[in-house]
Write a protein that binds this ligand. Structure first.
Ligand code: C2E
Ligand code: MG
Ligand code: MG
Ligand code: MG
Length: 291
């Protein structure tokens, strides 16, 4: 943007920046209206335990079907929502929907924990977590069934209050996972000071686990580290049986990915869980000779 403005112009606020600000403002309004008009939905993706082959967890993922623009992927609006503050409305809405869906499948006899993504900015203004705790308790849900997925950036300097709130929520029974592990600020020292319950190995490592020896080693080390620290390890983005088997050899706790199932609407998800038979996909027999 600065380059386009030209060498000789000194601008603090140029055309590109104005366009971007305008885009964000429009999208902000679209999000707030869309939440009221029912344009958003929450999809669920199952997570499988490798030792038993059972589905005991799932991840809630927001979906937006815009009346004119059609499906807009989260990566195209979550970042904007973080900038404009709309993320707090999104987060509240998602949590409430998840609570409703949770009670629905629980009433049908399913026993599942659910993972919910939280951006760092959702922890501001400080104290927001109390609203989430009240919401979960108003639905009569055991906090231990809720896992909040945060990123490593929460542990960066200057985020003292979110970290305090994480600790407080954990002492109230909520659980936490570090999402996209390995892609962010990876001073793993924070795991010692601020323990979490799960680590989710980023999809980019799993993607190359078969043909990139370095990525394979990193995955193995992350899993070993998780075991040593008593932190559960979930591998994201598992798309084929070969990746699943490699993760099985490393004794990874859980897997999530298109190989098991794509994220789906709650009705389909409940149907999936009822039809699913443990061992259908796993536990896979380790093919040790391959590695
Ligand atoms: P994430 O939390 O890392 O979620 C996993 C993403 O990987 C999801 O993308 C999921 O659909 C996708 N995925 C799962 N398995 C596979 C696979 O086998 N292959 C491939 N290629 N992809 C797979 P999605 O739903 O588009 O979400 C993107 C990101 O948007 C999420 O990444 C998360 O950071 C954010 N997000 C989604 N829902 C929410 C939300 O309710 N609140 C917040 N704050 N962020 C959200
Ligand atoms: Mg996630
Ligand atoms: Mg995430
Ligand atoms: Mg992730």
């Amino acid at each position: 943007a600065a380059k386009k403005a030209g060498r000789n112009r000194v601008t603090l606020f140029n055309d590109d920046m104005r366009d971007e600000a305008q885009h964000q403002l429009l999208m902000h309004n679209d999000i707030i209206n869309g939440l009221e008009k029912g344009e958003f939905d929450v999809y669920y993706q199952p997570i499988m335990h490798m030792d038993t082959g059972t589905v005991e967890k799932c991840e809630a993922l927001i979906r937006w079907c815009h009346p004119e623009k059609g499906f807009i992927p989260p990566n195209e609006f979550i970042g904007v929502a973080e900038n404009t503050g709309a993320i707090r409305s999104i987060g509240r809405w998602v949590l409430e929907r998840v609570c409703q869906d949770f009670n629905r499948w629980t009433d049908m006899g399913l026993d599942l924990s659910v993972s919910i993504n939280r951006s760092v900015s959702e922890f501001y203004p400080s104290g927001s977590h109390r609203e989430w705790e009240d919401l979960v308790s108003s639905y009569g849900i055991d906090p231990a069934k809720i896992i909040f997925e945060i990123t490593e950036s929460l542990f960066m300097d200057g985020n003292e209050s979110p970290v305090d709130e994480l600790k407080q929520m954990r002492s109230n029974g909520f659980r936490f996972a570090i999402d996209d592990f390995g892609t962010g600020y990876s001073a793993i020292n924070y795991l010692r000071n601020y323990p979490v319950d799960f680590i989710k190995i980023d999809r980019s490592f799993v993607m190359d686990i078969l043909d990139n020896a370095q990525d394979r080693t990193l995955v193995e080390v992350i899993i070993k580290m998780g075991k040593a620290l008593g932190i559960g390890v979930i591998a994201e983005g598992v798309e084929n049986i070969e990746q699943l088997q490699a993760l099985k050899v490393f004794d990874c706790d859980c897997i999530q990915g298109y190989y098991l199932a794509r994220p789906m609407p709650v009705e389909d998800f409940i149907h999936f869980c009822n039809a699913y038979r443990p061992g259908e996909l796993g536990p896979a027999e380790p093919h040790v000779e391959q590695y």
